[in-house]
Design a protein around this ligand. Structure first.
Ligand SMILES: C[S@@+](CC[C@H](N)C(=O)[O-])C[C@H]1O[C@@H](n2cnc3c(N)ncnc32)[C@H](O)[C@@H]1O
Length: 277
């Protein structure tokens, strides 16, 4: 039977089970008020599998691929170029000049955007690195990762529509080729420094490929996680920072009530975190 607009076919018990499976898989909290929305978003999966919800959950518990698919359906991928300008100013004017000084001998800079969605954040950081003109003959590596297959393939294409540019200052238009009136493509001088990987932050084995980083951006990702998942991810991020390395979280995310050795640094209007040296 097809439920009406305001009804859901998911029982209390099934909703609890879905919640547990997905929290363990990717950390994302599904809160009570989301039941109707979850039902709508999973409708196509149920039609594909031709299973009632209870049996579909057995399949979900069995198949990591299906869990990845559902994570993709349930998470928010909202992102755009030059999001939260005040943090990017700190990164460009404070963090990058310090790293240019500290790493001057080895001339290597590595940055990770964990939970990068469709890549705008990674390319923004690459443009800011370029703008400083401090890293011209350096080895510069930017990695973007996300649990969602579809956003990672968009990131690799590097072609963006109007809404991605809603807060981009005009001076950065030089980093794009105009494809048509609606879309623009990031220029190769930027894309060639950026790589993208499918990666679940709650699967520590998968993180081995990331290596040690000077800066990690993990913005607007932990906001959807419960406290144990947050703690687990912050440990992963900490382990992947070089001593003295920098972590930026989203403006509404904090380390309040989280047990972590990361140091809090207050700079003008901004807060960021560092791994102690
Ligand atoms: C709101 S977007 C944030 C994008 C970008 N960082 C920004 O601030 O503009 C959150 C992203 O986190 C990803 N995500 C959620 N859980 C994840 C997990 N366990 N591992 C990796 N990525 C995850 C989602 O797929 C989504 O693309």
């Amino acid at each position: 039977m097809i439920p009406s607009q305001n009804e859901t076919r998911i029982s209390d018990h099934e909703f609890e089970r879905l919640r547990d499976i997905m929290r363990d898989h990717c950390g994302v909290m599904i809160i009570d008020g989301m039941r109707l929305a979850v039902d709508r978003r999973l409708q196509q999966r149920l039609e594909n599998f031709k299973l009632p919800f209870g049996l579909y959950l057995d399949e979900l518990a069995r198949s990591e691929r299906e869990r990845d698919h559902v994570a993709d359906l349930l998470t928010t991928n909202e992102t755009y170029f030059f999001r939260e300008q005040y943090q990017l100013d700190t990164f460009k004017n404070q963090v990058l000049p310090t790293l240019a000084r500290d790493n001057a001998t080895r001339k290597r800079l590595s940055i990770w955007s964990a939970g990068c969605s469709s890549g705008e954040e990674v390319y923004t950081l690459a443009m800011l690195v370029d703008e400083t003109r401090l890293f011209q003959d350096w080895s510069v590596r930017l990695l973007g990762s996300d649990i969602s297959r579809s956003v990672i393939s968009q990131a690799r294409e590097a072609v963006y529509g109007r809404s991605s540019f809603r807060t981009m200052p005009k001076q950065y238009e030089k980093y794009f080729l105009r494809s048509d009136d609606e879309t623009r493509q990031v220029k190769p001088e930027i894309t060639e420094r950026c790589t993208f990987a499918l990666h679940n932050l709650l699967k520590p084995d998968a993180t081995a490929m990331v290596g040690l980083l000077d800066v990690i951006f993990c913005r607007n990702v932990l906001i959807y996680f419960d406290a144990p998942a947050k703690t687990q991810v912050l440990k992963v991020l900490y382990d992947h920072l070089t001593p003295g390395g920098y972590l930026f979280l989203g403006h509404s995310e904090s380390l309040l009530n989280i047990d972590t050795p990361l140091e809090t640094v207050r700079h003008e209007n901004d807060i960021f975190y560092r791994r102690p040296r």
